[in-house]
Write a protein that binds this ligand. Structure first.
Ligand SMILES: Cc1cc2nc3c(=O)[nH]c(=O)nc-3n(C[C@H](O)[C@H](O)[C@H](O)COP(=O)(O)OP(=O)(O)OC[C@H]3O[C@@H](n4cnc5c(N)ncnc54)[C@H](O)[C@@H]3O)c2cc1C
Length: 412
């Protein structure tokens, strides 16, 4: 069969790896580099993800893939320390002692919060899909803890949509981020950077004779006599890894219509700095109003020596379009808040992804689209069931592989 795959993110590349041996496969990618959310920038002496990434201990399909590609032995496990910037001050929140010293919650509130976090590991997420995170938190920890601790986090992640996000998303997020010991979370990283995974996947796909066409967006997807045409080139089957509404926008001459989902965009700044702004902390959530919701100091996680400068991400999300002037506002705020002089910034690069992931609003689970969209069109990506209730590398690898398997079974 001749199969067209739209998108060279983890989902598209995982599908291609599965299918390339026995089929003629062409991957269409609109950007000049592969990887989607996992693409990387090249700097003078290092290569770095455009968006901060680490993996988690349960990422089984991702680890199997890395094993196949000979990368598993380069996966390293590191401690991820956390902090909370609140009321004009950076508070470390990693060790039990630091948590006890945190001044913005009472001792009783901290105990209640701790018990709540522990409960996240064994909770049934299904019924929580219908309840908002806010309602659930009010019931379980009360309005004071919600307002003092969770509301700023939800605002920075979802903005005006914060009250629509489901408790299923919240609790899965808490569960995955609570794989921690007394010194912090245990998080995985690939030595040298995640670009090695994307490069190895592309090499493997090409070695099986498949094509990855960069700078080649799928502009039209047309159904014609039981076949699909991508930009007028004929395919027996297609896997699209784009958000459903974007796939819809390409389709011509078909009755197939995918249900649109609410997405949000990410605007993420990468900074190379002369100084660590975060006192050794990897992940700092920003509770005070700011044009970014987290300061992710990569070199407080991965060894500084690999980079020779402090590498920091400023993470923010947006609905529809990022604000004009966002880059300047981020830099100005960051310099002021963390007492950084602009001369200490070696480089500042803003990466914008308009479709950085679905917003897991209440009822989302019932809207997850079927992999088989009909007429030998298959879909997989951040919207797939494998990425519910939070998108991940593991989710997109699994979704891509599953779509390939369903395609093969249907055409056996
Ligand atoms: C800010 C951020 C941080 C994250 N951090 C983590 C983390 O720490 N750990 C973790 O496990 N997961 C993390 N994730 C999630 C993870 O990156 C994603 O789940 C996964 O990489 C998505 O892969 P995908 O293939 O489904 O989608 P994408 O990566 O979005 O791939 C889609 C591809 O399609 C291409 N495309 C779009 N339109 C067209 C077109 N018309 N024609 C051709 N190509 C097109 C895009 O350019 C892109 O390459 C993070 C995501 C974000 C946004």
């Amino acid at each position: 069969m001749k199969i067209g795959i739209i998108g060279s993110g983890l989902a598209g590349l995982s599908s291609a790896i599965q299918l390339a041996e026995k089929n003629t496969v062409v991957v269409f990618e609109k950007n000049d580099t592969p990887g989607g959310c996992m693409s990387s920038w090249k700097y003078n002496n290092y290569t770095l993800e455009t968006l901060y990434h680490h993996c988690f201990s349960g990422d089984r399909n991702l680890f199997d893939l890395m094993e196949t590609l000979g990368l598993k032995s380069d996966l390293i496990w590191l401690k991820g320390s956390t902090g909370y910037y609140m009321n004009g001050k950076l508070h470390p929140l990693t060790t039990p002692f630091e948590i006890l010293r945190y001044p913005c919650l009472t001792f009783f509130q901290k105990c209640r919060l701790g018990l709540f976090v522990l409960s996240s590991r064994k909770i049934d997420l299904d019924p929580l899909d219908k309840i908002t995170a806010k309602e659930y938190l009010f019931e379980k920890v009360g309005g004071d803890i919600y307002n003092a601790f969770f509301a700023p986090l939800l605002i920075s992640k979802f903005g005006l949509m914060k009250d629509e996000v489901s408790a299923a998303w919240l609790m899965s997020r808490i569960a995955i981020r609570s794989d921690r010991g007394a010194e912090g979370e245990r998080l995985g990283y690939l030595k040298g950077g995640w670009h090695r995974l994307i490069d190895a996947m592309c090499d493997k796909i090409r070695s099986m004779g498949a094509e990855i066409r960069l700078n080649t967006p799928a502009v039209t997807l047309t159904q014609n006599n039981g076949k699909w045409l991508i930009n007028n080139e004929e395919f027996d089957a297609v896997i699209s890894t784009l958000p459903p509404q974007v796939t819809n926008s390409l389709m011509v001459n078909t009755s197939i219509r995918l249900q649109s989902l609410i997405y949000q965009g990410a605007a993420c700044m990468t900074l190379g700095l002369a100084r660590d702004p975060a006192n050794g902390i990897y992940w700092t959530n920003i509770g005070d109003p700011a044009p970014y919701g987290a300061v992710v100091t990569h070199t407080n996680f991965v060894p500084f020596e690999w980079y020779g400068e402090h590498v920091v991400y400023l993470a923010s999300y947006f609905k529809d379009e990022p604000d004009a002037g966002l880059k300047d506002r981020m830099i100005n705020d960051f310099c002021k808040r963390f007492s950084i002089d602009t001369s200490e910034i070696h480089h500042a690069d803003l990466y914008i992804d308009r479709y950085a992931g679905p917003v897991y609003v209440t009822g989302y689970k019932d809207t997850i689209p079927q992999v088989d969209a009909g007429g030998n069109l298959f879909i997989a990506g951040m919207f797939s069931s494998e990425n519910y209730p939070e998108r991940s590398m593991e989710g997109s690898v699994s979704a891509g592989m599953k779509a390939a398997k369903i395609l093969e079974e249907k055409n056996r």
